[in-house]
Design a protein around this ligand. Structure first.
Ligand SMILES: [Fe+2]
Length: 347
């Protein structure tokens, strides 16, 4: 099987879980989704015993951030309601889906940000979706447990120690976008993990959010008592030190409360093989274990502050080192799940 077909089969069989006799609606973004790729997906649906209906929609206007998606037209809503499964290479927002279909429709929607054959031939797309999903669930629901000690670091000098807290405002906001009948084929960043008692420093290597533009002379954010208190750096980093200091000052002034710059949460990716994608399609790279970033203040705001080659320790055990799972990290539940999926190993 060609790599692109492996990725497509993973989408159809492991994420959408297309079964014999099911009606499968393929929604595609005109001008973005590759027509040959859509034919491969249709073929894979037929191979699984499904019946496909292919729909092309105009490319919607971009903007508004990750949660934003265009409204769902009546025609599209009717098509979705009449399907058993939807595979969408088009931005379908969970919130818009709920508004249109209610909380508990009988359809399963598999979304993906992938649009090209190259995307589907990637390590990210070819890694068993069910396993990737199990890894996220294991960490989000069990391993990132309140009260565990955490260390976030990297070779550039980031070194933060803290304790996992009970409430992340950023997670609460994101939760509004998650619905049980919708799955994302490309893995996301994990649910933001609340922090308390963070101490240390974060060396900011990338700016501009998920676009991840490298900073030539990284500034260092100092964290004391779970609050970002100041920004430091050598003289050549002055531009960036000033910019990040301004960011903290402005938030402190705008919110006018002592916890204006508290560390709300952090997150990164958990997908064992996903490539680190930057640039305009950098949201896809959120799956990668290399990167992490913070959310700040009582409103859980994003801070354009990422660092790579992540080291993540939980209660002193190294989970991720230099941006990849540590060879000695061995989770019995994940090992068991991998066996159930017929995989020799999961990382
Ligand atoms: Fe984030």
């Amino acid at each position: 099987m060609e790599p692109v077909q492996e990725g497509v089969a993973n989408l159809v069989n492991h994420c959408a879980e297309v079964q014999q006799g099911e009606k499968v609606l393929l929604i595609n973004e005109g001008g973005e989704a590759d027509t040959d790729l859509v034919e491969l997906i249709a073929q894979a649906v037929r191979n699984a015993g499904g019946h496909e209906q292919v729909m092309w929609l105009d490319r919607p206007e971009r903007g508004g951030g990750p949660g934003a998606a265009p409204p769902i037209s009546d025609e599209l809503a009717t098509a979705i309601r009449s399907a058993d499964k939807v595979i969408s290479l088009y931005p379908l927002g969970d919130r818009a889906l709920v508004q249109t279909l209610g909380d508990n429709p009988s359809v399963l929607v598999a979304n993906t940000m992938f649009r090209t054959k190259e995307d589907f031939a990637s390590n990210h797309a070819r890694y068993h979706w069910g396993m990737a999903n199990a890894i996220y669930e294991r960490f989000e629901k069990e391993l990132f447990a309140e009260g565990r000690r955490v260390r976030l670091a990297n070779p550039a000098g980031t070194d933060i120690s803290g304790v996992i807290g009970s409430f992340s405002e950023r997670a609460r906001q994101l939760d509004e976008y998650r619905v049980p009948f919708s799955r994302s084929f490309n893995s996301p960043a994990y649910i933001p993990v609340a922090t308390t008692r963070c101490e240390g420093q974060a060396v900011i290597e990338y700016t501009n959010g998920f676009r991840r533009e490298p900073i030539d002379h990284p500034p260092t954010i100092i964290i004391e008592n779970n609050i970002m208190t100041r920004v430091e750096g050598p003289s050549e980093a002055k531009r960036w030190v000033d910019e990040y200091a301004k960011n903290l000052d402005e938030r402190a002034e705008r919110l006018n409360r002592p916890d204006a710059n508290k560390v709300d949460s952090w997150h990164g990716g958990l997908h064992p093989t996903a490539e680190c994608v930057g640039g305009p399609r950098g949201l896809i790279g959120n799956a990668n274990t290399d990167m992490a970033h913070f959310h700040v203040g009582p409103e859980g705001e994003h801070m354009a502050a990422q660092w790579g080659r992540l080291i993540l320790e939980l209660d002193g055990e190294t989970v991720i080192e230099n941006g990849v799972y540590h060879p000695d990290f061995d989770d019995p539940k994940l090992r068991e799940t991998a066996q159930r999926f017929g995989l020799r190993h999961w990382k």
